[in-house]
Design a protein around this ligand. Structure first.
Ligand code: ACO
Length: 463
């Protein structure tokens, strides 16, 4: 699958048309992010009223730049965009990134169609309009007016919504989730989800794709691409506009037709996508995929110090169709000697409220090393017996000592110290969450995706 848009993500030269002198304006912020994030290619601000901006020579027009331009970011009002696009086309620019709002989403179909017509005439591709720009961390490119310090990682986040997307850039930083890309798709007058799926499906810097969608332009092509990509990497879809009133909101937001939720759900499922409709869970799951190996089987073990947390996790898993099997006999025998008589050695394994970090260490190490256990969920309810941060350090040490790579999620419930422990684990790329349900959901989707992949492989080899 070749998407033909590699140069958009690996440009050698970028022009910012509308690079404002005013630090509060979007064109200024985009230029500043491109510079501050460390883009190594050539940067050309364009503004007829300025000589120099942020230490870079400023050009009065695209035509006056003495170089070829791969990408032109247009950060000027909608009505001025067609003439700038014409100029970009004449210059031989390959990709135009149109930031402005004021097109189809407000009923200005004609203006948007004009952009498409101009782009076609010059064989140029358009990202947008009505977007906040895009990030591709392997190229050290942050061409957005969002946060600068995006973390590098392997999650590609594609979003039709600008405001939600830009906010989630900040959320991903707070959650220590590294991204390969963040792409604002907006009205999708040309480049759309299909082009992006094809690119990121092939992209070796991307391990997980997370898409926020309100509506699609090319439903059939999207589902075909989704199926091919899902075979190789997980694709998480947040589908917005699932209710009548939500559909109306989507229509006035990005001008999208959101479609029937039942048809969507069925089609996404058939194509192998992981549909998760709430943003928090979607990012929780993306984090687990980003940092975990694929499970070798579906034998999940829960280790907990609290029965209630274990039951909540068991329910969450059961609701997702994941059944817990009893732990392997040798594992139980090995652990029994260290546990009080009232401990439960079924699955969940309840180490009891008096469990020390040493007991967790032992239970986790044995689980990691046992070939009859494929994935592990560690739960902890804050007690005075074991400090959360001490336990978090112990979990990390155990993972490093054993060097066994198995999917694992940690749920730590409690006060401020538990939050510190969770941050410590996530900053070390261990998926950790503040409730048993969130941790259980994260690990559940790893197991679900393993099944999806198996089914897709079977289906595609039959076709
Ligand atoms: N070539 C080069 N520079 C130009 C041109 C041109 N043809 N025309 C104008 N400029 C310069 C201006 O002089 C100005 O520079 P200056 O401030 O140094 O004088 C700069 O370009 C910007 O032009 P303005 O007219 O000041 O435009 P402004 O910055 O106010 O707005 C923008 C432009 C941001 C594109 C606006 O029209 C817009 O659409 N904003 C909404 C963006 C948005 O929300 N996108 C959607 C998703 S993101 C989200 O939802 C959070």
């Amino acid at each position: 699958m070749r998407s033909g848009i590699e140069r958009l993500f690996n440009p050698t030269s970028i022009a910012i048309v509308g690079a404002s002198r005013d630090p509060s304006k979007i064109g200024h912020k985009i230029l500043k992010n491109i510079i501050d994030y460390g883009f190594r290619g050539k940067i050309y601000p364009v503004n007829p009223k300025a000589e120099e901006i942020l230490g870079f020579k400023c050009y009065p027009s695209l035509a006056s730049i003495p170089d070829d331009i791969d990408v032109a970011i247009l950060a000027i009002p909608a009505t001025l965009t067609p003439s700038a696009l014409e100029e970009a086309g004449r210059k031989g620019v390959k990709f135009a990134v149109v930031i402005a709002s004021g097109f189809r989403e407000v009923g200005n179909f004609e203006l948007e169609n004009m952009l498409v017509k101009i782009a076609r005439k010059y064989d140029m591709r358009i990202l947008g309009p009505n977007i906040f720009g895009y990030v591709y961390t392997p190229s050290k490119l942050n061409a957005t007016f969002g946060p600068t310090n995006v973390l590098q990682g392997n999650v590609a986040f594609l979003t039709q919504s600008g405001a939600l997307g830009i906010a989630l850039m900040g959320y991903s930083i707070a959650e220590s989730i590294g991204v390969s890309a963040v792409v604002s798709l907006g009205n999708k007058c040309d480049l759309d989800d299909v082009d992006m799926l094809e690119f990121f499906g092939d992209d070796e810097n991307t391990g997980v794709i997370l898409i926020y969608i309100e509506g699609l332009n090319r439903g059939r092509a999207f589902m075909d691409a989704l199926m091919r990509v899902s075979l190789r990497k997980p694709v998480i879809v947040i589908k917005a506009g699932r209710t009548e009133i939500g559909r109306k909101a989507a229509a006035s937001h990005t001008g999208s037709l959101a479609g029937s939720p039942v048809i969507w759900e069925k089609a996404l499922k058939q194509a192998g996508a992981i549909q998760i409709n709430d943003v928090e869970t979607a990012f929780d799951v993306a984090k687990a995929f980003a940092w975990s190996p694929h499970p070798q089987g579906d034998r999940l073990l829960i280790i907990t110090n609290g029965g209630g947390a274990g039951v909540q996790a068991t329910d969450t898993l059961a609701e997702k169709g994941i059944e817990l099997k009893p732990p392997p006999h040798e594992y139980v025998t090995n652990l029994k000697a260290l546990l009080p008589p009232f401990a439960s050695l079924a699955n969940p394994v309840d180490l009891t409220g008096q469990a020390s970090e040493e007991l967790y260490h032992h239970a986790l190490r044995e689980a990691l090393q046992h070939p009859g256990i494929d994935a592990i969920l560690v739960l902890y309810c804050q007690t005075a017996v074991t400090e959360p941060t001490v336990l978090a350090e112990k979990i990390l040490l155990t993972l490093r000592e054993t060097e066994v790579k198995k999917p694992l999620a940690v749920g730590m419930v409690g006060g401020g110290e538990t939050r510190k422990a969770i941050s410590f684990l996530t900053s070390n790329k261990v998926p950790a969450y503040p409730t048993p349900e969130r941790a259980a959901n994260a690990i559940a989707y790893l197991l679900i995706y393993a099944k999806i992949r198996e089914n897709l492989a079977r289906k595609l080899s039959i076709i």
